[in-house]
Ligand binder design. Structure first.
Ligand SMILES: Nc1ncnc2c1ncn2[C@@H]1O[C@H](COP(=O)(O)OP(=O)(O)OP(=O)(O)O)[C@@H](O)[C@H]1O
Ligand SMILES: [Mg+2]
Length: 347
């Protein structure tokens, strides 16, 4: 501080010295020429002109720098010019540099974030239109074929209408998922927290998915008999969505006659962990890190038998994170997968 202070006066002190020496020399020459030279007078003259020069220069320089700096501050709106006082100017050159550095850094981060978001947006739109295109063109194809004459063939008419209906249903699911993920990503999701029995909720989901599972002869079961309720505190509807998404995956990517097992364990004092384990196709290590990304699917080829938009796990992750809980995945390719998430226990 002390050093800074002196430094800021150095400029005025030096310049004033030069001016004072010059003026004294010139005046001395004049006085010498007119034979009226007095060393005392020269000395006093030097001192007075030095002092005056010093104060004028110091004052002017300070004003000048203050004006410029203030303008920079105003332009950058780094801080309110109001809390920037004139007296602070000399020492504040360093602060200004720091502020501008910080400003530049912040701006850079902001631009990076915007770029990432822009990429994200483009990718999202691309994915959405891609996902919608397939079922839409399917419907269009069937309708056109029917209009072309197939509608006169009664069995064909029914078959095509049914297929078109399937595709429309699929469109509906995608739109619903998109709606959900958009809400989740905008942070619009307000949790409806309540206390409920997670065992009972899992049983409900078992009932809902029984048909789907039986088509592949997959058994949905608990790992052991849970005799007493396990009460948790969370948004019941969302947790149900999580369970559905995970169990549907375990069926979709499960093997014929396989098993999906649910277990609920105490984790720490106030947490339980819910595990959904299957003995299906599993996920290769290299894909594991990406499966929670929206639209990400391991098998991207159209040849896959199981349709899906790749939003299921992204939605699951959002819901769990909205609860401030964690989701984990462990999987061995060809052996099976285990998805697990934590929930808060109700006291
Ligand atoms: N239990 C599982 N076993 C094997 N692979 C899985 C399992 N769960 C998810 N995956 C892989 O992770 C990918 C992403 O899953 P996600 O649920 O997000 O999308 P999806 O099931 O393809 O489509 P959607 O759920 O939107 O209908 C899946 O495509 C699949 O490859
Ligand atoms: Mg899924």
């Amino acid at each position: 501080m002390q050093l800074q202070f002196r430094k800021s006066y150095k400029f005025a002190a030096k310049t004033a010295l030069y001016i004072a020496i010059l003026l004294t020399l010139i005046t001395s020459v004049f006085l010498y020429a007119s034979n009226a030279i007095s060393y005392w007078f020269a000395l006093v003259f030097f001192m007075v002109s030095y002092a005056i020069s010093f104060f004028v220069i110091q004052h002017r320089a300070e004003r000048f720098i203050y004006k410029r700096v203030k303008k920079i501050y105003d332009d950058l709106t780094i801080m309110e010019s109001a809390n920037y006082t004139k007296g602070a100017i000399t020492t504040d050159m360093r602060t200004l540099t720091e502020e501008i550095d910080k400003f530049a850094r912040d701006k850079k981060i902001e631009i990076e974030t915007l770029k990432v978001r822009e990429e994200y947006r483009k990718e999202f739109l691309g994915n959405v239109s891609h996902e919608l295109k397939t079922p839409l063109f399917t419907v269009q194809g069937y309708i056109l074929t029917l209009l072309d004459g197939a509608m006169n063939d009664k069995p064909l008419l029914e078959k095509y209408l049914e297929r078109a209906n399937k595709a429309v249903e699929r469109l509906g699911y995608i739109v619903k998922d998109l709606d959900m993920i958009t809400k989740l990503e905008m942070g619009d999701l307000s949790l409806n927290t309540e206390v409920f029995d997670i065992i009972e909720l899992v049983k409900n989901v078992f009932d809902m998915l029984e048909m789907k599972a039986s088509k592949k002869n997959i058994t949905l079961a608990f790992d052991t008999k849970y005799k007493t309720p396990i009460l948790v505190k969370a948004d019941k509807e969302r947790v149900q969505q999580v369970l559905i998404n995970l169990m549907v995956n375990s069926i979709k990517y499960g093997r014929e006659k396989g098993t999906t097992e649910i277990s609920i364990e105490n984790l720490v004092k106030n947490k339980v962990i819910v595990r959904v384990t299957d003995n299906g196709e599993g996920i290769e290590k290299k894909y594991l890190a990406r499966i929670f990304e929206r639209f990400y699917r391991v098998d991207k080829s159209g040849s896959r038998k199981e349709g899906g938009s790749g939003l299921g796990l992204a939605i699951v992750k959002h819901i769990i994170e909205a609860h401030n809980e964690k989701i984990y995945v462990e999987s061995e390719f060809g052996v099976g997968s285990e998805f697990s998430f934590t929930l808060e226990k109700a006291k």
